[in-house]
Design a protein around this ligand. Structure first.
Ligand code: AMP
Ligand code: ZN
Length: 660
């Protein structure tokens, strides 16, 4: 089918607009439309072109994705790969990337300079061309302007051809001074730099104090690693960023480096928008390889979270296991940072008031990898609509809600929403971790009335499920296995699973360490109303103490504990249901490094805890064992100094198999 006149006209119009926006964005550095709007138009044109190929022209904006090419500057092809970087928006994502590397891998941690990417081509020691990144294959020759940048070496003692990648930037101070004199100021130093790099008169560029940092050199034959490249580049007079460090794949070291750079960021004389981590060895880089867009041997950690725009279609109130009522915005699905978002928490009424949010508003939503998405601000009001007010009653059971602190609660302990929340919490990964029994099955069990509080989970005859669709023999067996297995969870996990408000794993472990090693001791203290038993423990505050005492004195809680005890759960340290092994009883462990068998290393922690051992975060004189994997850092030194027994993975495997 051929495209009709209307579509043809639309494609032309889209191409024209997109070309103008690209020019504004890449050349002027002053976009006049939002990224979202740009993407929408771009996607529309791409869709039209793929449906009706005859609409595609050689100079269509879709053919120059993300290009900064500009007519006034000669186009030159890159002779080295000028790729983009894979992005991470949370420390967890960087850690995950690092864990995939062999443990002894050395990599660099560099600042991601927020300037303009440049490739410098030298021929027989002379700067022959300076080329923008362009679309990665072809860039603009901006040599005239780049030659005016004083830190760019014009001559180097090198025979043959050498390409060097770097970033041209403008220090914050210079930006502020210069921007003040402009009629239309630039939004940031990067945009101003991009503008200067493309001045028609290099005289104008020369007066602006642009600078350079280089971070890659394409030597032929290649040098063995990045350290060698940096050494050579430094020797030739290239400016290298002094903040670069080289690390091994050690998680703690990585975290502390990110923390340090994040803290130091505001004090830097120039802008950075993240950090870049790169495998150092040339051979390892080649082995890891590339995707179409980025090398697999590097990752950029970005400080700012990605955002998206969407519309609030409604606001629901969810009631959690503690009765807390949380308003949640239902939004038109939008992709942010690689995942589809359709629900966004609004925390409480205060937060809604702060945003002045109404249903129908257009909002900006942000998402960092490891954090739930948040509404950042209202972009466009749904004029006339009132600011949303949370209901006065629990939407689930109709009980009149109570306010406590910033939150509103359903006070009815029998509220179906709360019961459901408690059951789901109980079976959750960080609590009893009942394998093969997920939230959906739980909803089914609750709906049918088979399960209404935790002991039911251990008393229900799961074979009864076999008469329902979707519950085959295999599935039922696996649920039974998961339920049975969960009985060997240690006392600490059982305690947390009870869902006593404010009593998390950290407080539990502190309290158990202080001597509260069986539920009877807890119940006794609660019965006496003896807060001091809890308060004498450092790290346990009055609100935890009050919550524990209140909860453990409630008859329903006492009943549930007795029931669960009868079901075989362990309510005492070291005592667990029959058949489990407790060879690590009473020992304290610390873990460092990474392991071949235990990935993630929480798996090793599980093995220790299953056998009655305790895992602590730091090595101290009270630690019995340091389980040390590959690449462990400071903990090993500390353990050695304190005489703590260090156990490697092989020995640990023998220990848990009972061979030692
Ligand atoms: P992006 O443009 O967001 O894909 O990120 C890749 C860009 O980050 C590169 O093209 C460089 O211009 C820039 N960059 C800044 N500092 C560095 C660095 N230390 N290593 C690699 N790229 C960097
Ligand atoms: Zn309720």
């Amino acid at each position: 089918m051929e495209a009709g006149r209307e579509l043809r006209a639309e494609a032309l119009r889209l191409a024209e607009d997109l070309r103008r926006y690209q020019y504004e964005y890449y050349v002027l550095g002053r976009p006049s439309v939002s990224d979202l709007e740009y993407d929408r138009l771009f996607d529309r044109l791409s869709a039209l072109e793929s449906r009706y190929p005859e609409l595609k022209t050689a100079d269509s904006p879709t053919q120059r994705v993300g290009s900064d090419l500009e007519a006034g500057f000669e186009e030159t092809a890159h002779t080295v790969p000028v790729l983009s970087l894979d992005k991470a928006y949370s420390v967890a994502e960087v850690v995950a990337w690092m864990r995939r590397l062999p443990p002894q891998t050395v990599f660099s941690a560099e600042q991601k300079i927020d300037g303009v990417s440049i490739v410098l081509y030298y021929e027989n020691g002379v700067l022959a061309r300076a080329v923008t990144r362009g679309n990665g294959f072809v860039g603009n020759d901006v040599s005239e302007n780049v030659r005016t940048v004083r830190s760019v070496p014009l001559r180097i003692p090198y025979e043959g051809k050498l390409a060097v990648r770097g970033e041209i930037y403008l220090p914050k101070k210079d930006f502020e001074l210069l921007n003040k004199t402009l009629e239309v100021p630039f939004a940031n130093p990067r945009n101003l730099t991009a503008g200067v790099i493309r001045r028609k008169q290099s005289r104008e560029a020369a007066v602006v104090g642009l600078r350079l940092f280089v971070y890659e050199g394409f030597f032929e034959p290649p040098l063995p690693d990045q350290q060698a490249v940096f050494e050579k580049l430094r020797e030739y007079g290239f400016p290298l960023n002094p903040h670069t460090v080289f690390l091994t794949a050690d998680e703690e070291r990585l975290r502390s480096q990110i923390e340090k750079e994040t803290r130091g960021r505001p004090l830097l004389p120039y802008e950075i928008d993240g950090l870049v981590f790169k495998v150092a060895s040339t051979a390892e880089r080649e082995a890891l390889g590339y995707t179409e867009h980025h090398p697999k041997w590097a990752i950029a950690y970005k400080f700012e979270s990605p955002t998206g725009e969407t519309t609030v279609e409604g606001i629901d109130v969810q009631v959690g296991r503690t009765g807390r009522m949380t308003p949640v915005a239902r939004v038109a699905p939008v992709e942010i940072g690689g995942s589809m978002i359709s629900n966004v928490t609004l925390h409480n009424q205060d937060y809604i008031d702060l945003l002045e949010l109404s249903v129908g508003d257009r909002v900006q939503v942000s998402k960092r990898g490891d954090v739930i998405p948040a509404v950042e601000r209202v972009i466009e009001k749904n004029e006339g609509a009132p600011v949303y007010k949370m209901p006065e009653r629990c939407p689930e059971c109709g009980a009149e809600a109570e306010n406590a602190g910033a939150h509103r609660f359903c006070p009815n302990g029998d509220c179906p929403a709360q019961k459901r929340g408690r059951l789901k919490f109980f079976i959750g990964r960080d609590q009893m971790n009942i394998e093969n029994l997920g939230g959906e099955t739980m909803d089914f069990l609750i709906g049918k009335g088979f399960v209404s509080f935790p002991p039911d989970i251990y008393r229900f005859d799961y074979t009864k499920l076999m008469k329902y669709d979707g519950f085959g023999e295999k599935k039922v067996e696996s649920i039974v296995r998961g339920v049975e297995k969960s009985k060997s969870q240690p006392f600490a996990k059982v305690l947390v699973s009870l869902g006593i408000p404010e009593l998390g794993p950290k407080a539990v472990s502190l309290l158990i360490d202080s001597g509260l090693t069986s539920i009877d001791l807890w119940l006794e203290a609660a019965e006496k109303g003896d807060e001091s038993v809890f308060l004498s423990v450092k790290g346990v505050g009055p609100s935890i103490a009050a919550s524990v005492i209140g909860a453990l004195n409630r008859p329903e809680m006492r009943g549930m504990i007795e029931d669960l005890r009868r079901c075989g759960l362990s309510f005492e340290c070291g005592k667990r249901s029959s058949g489990t092994d407790s060879r690590f009883e009473g020992t304290s462990w610390c873990i460092t490094g990474s392991f071949g068998h235990f990935k993630p290393r929480e798996k090793a922690q599980e093995e220790i805890e299953k056998r009655g051992g305790r895992v602590v975060a730091a090595v101290s004189s009270k630690t019995d064992y340091l389980l040390a994997g590959e690449g462990g850092g400071g903990k090993r030194g500390k353990a050695e100094a304190l005489g703590v027994t260090i156990i490697d993975e092989q020995r640990f495997l023998k220990m848990i198999k009972g061979e030692e």
